[in-house]
Design a protein around this ligand. Structure first.
Ligand SMILES: Nc1nc2c(ncn2[C@@H]2O[C@H](COP(=O)(O)OP(=O)(O)OP(=O)(O)O)[C@@H](O)[C@H]2O)c(=O)[nH]1
Ligand SMILES: [Mg+2]
Ligand SMILES: [Zn+2]
Length: 295
């Protein structure tokens, strides 16, 4: 490519300040970021303008983002596939938070219960189907024996999704199953800790022949949703929506108020108690952070 050329492309990988940018004609350029664009301001998924210099390609500009997440650290995705498995033990508060992020970013959300070849998966599937079935697509899969992989492929077909979830739930393994080849490194679960070893260290977009894209990401077990006024939190629990009209008070937070439609629905078992209790926990967490900042 001639010196001085300015071209456009998408960041498909970023490691230690070096970026791989795939141009519209399918070429992959190794790029650096300079000036005001530094590490931390560029996301895998960003559409960028690149200038070709004598010795290197430099990312000059980021085009407006369609969506943006800090956990996992990706942009312009159409949706997330949240992956959980019987082992490591799932953290459903993390799932709740990821779903809130999807609603905030107006992107699609799929919950994939991986390792369905393992014992204990039926109970887990029933539980998450009950808790999340009305708000997201819940899918059962196994990267090991291939079950559910075609269904997952159909869901993401022609679009750009990222996989997200705790370490060792099988995100990279699912990519390998989708591609039909071992292109991603996978890692064992720590025997004693029961936790993953954080095998995937950077985000990377894999593109299929038909243009479908999927990003493998690093496992994580903690993250905080960017703070907003706690009174708006319940609005992100769209499964509470239809009970809200039975609340006596407008702006009911469904915590301490009396005559609350959401609490009644919990009593009647229409909203799973666990989901509601995690809501209370997150509400409390938000309240404390809010007080600390503005109180
Ligand atoms: N039994 C079974 N094991 C699986 C399945 N999918 C993945 N595993 C195993 O789970 C372990 C972790 O898999 P990875 O694909 O590395 O998990 P990951 O989510 O990418 O983990 P990080 O990169 O650390 O975030 C490996 O030992 C895999 O062989 C599955 O469907 N069934
Ligand atoms: Mg991985
Ligand atoms: Zn209420």
């Amino acid at each position: 490519m001639a010196i001085g050329t300015i071209t456009q492309g998408q960041i498909i990988k970023g490691v230690a300040g070096k970026y791989s940018v795939k141009t519209q004609d399918g070429r992959v350029l190794r790029c650096f970021a300079r000036g005001r664009l530094r590490e931390g301001e560029l996301y895998v998924g960003d559409e960028v303008e690149v200038e070709v210099f004598a010795k290197e390609c430099v990312i000059k500009n980021v085009l407006p983002r369609k969506s943006m997440l800090v956990r996992p650290y990706v942009s312009n995705i159409d949706g997330i596939v949240i992956v959980i498995s019987p082992l490591p033990k799932p953290d459903l508060l993390l799932v709740d938070k990821l779903i809130i992020s999807c609603i905030q970013q107006e992107i699609d959300c799929v919950l994939c219960v991986n390792k369905c070849d393992m014992q204990g998966v039926d109970e887990l599937y029933d539980e998450v189907k009950k808790e999340y079935g009305s708000i997201v697509t819940v899918l059962l899969a196994s990267a090991e024996d291939g079950r559910g992989v075609k269904e997952l492929k159909d869901i993401i077909s022609g679009r750009y999704y990222c996989l997200a979830g705790q370490s060792a739930v099988g995100k990279s393994s699912l990519i390998n199953a989708l591609v039909g080849d071992k292109i991603m490194e996978t890692g064992e679960l720590g025997e004693k800790s029961g936790r993953g070893k954080h095998t995937t260290r950077h985000v990377e977009i894999i593109e299929f022949e038909d243009g479908t894209k999927i990003a493998d990401t690093c496992g994580f077990s903690r993250f905080e949703i960017p703070l907003f006024d706690p009174m708006f939190l319940a609005g992100y629990y769209i499964d509470f929506d239809k009970y809200r009209e039975n609340c006596r008070f407008r702006g009911c937070t469904h915590t301490v108020e009396e005559c609350c439609g959401v609490k009644e629905a919990v009593e009647l078992g229409e909203i799973p108690k666990e989901r509601y209790e995690r809501y209370l926990k997150l509400y409390e967490e938000f309240n404390q952070r809010w007080e600390k900042r503005y109180g």
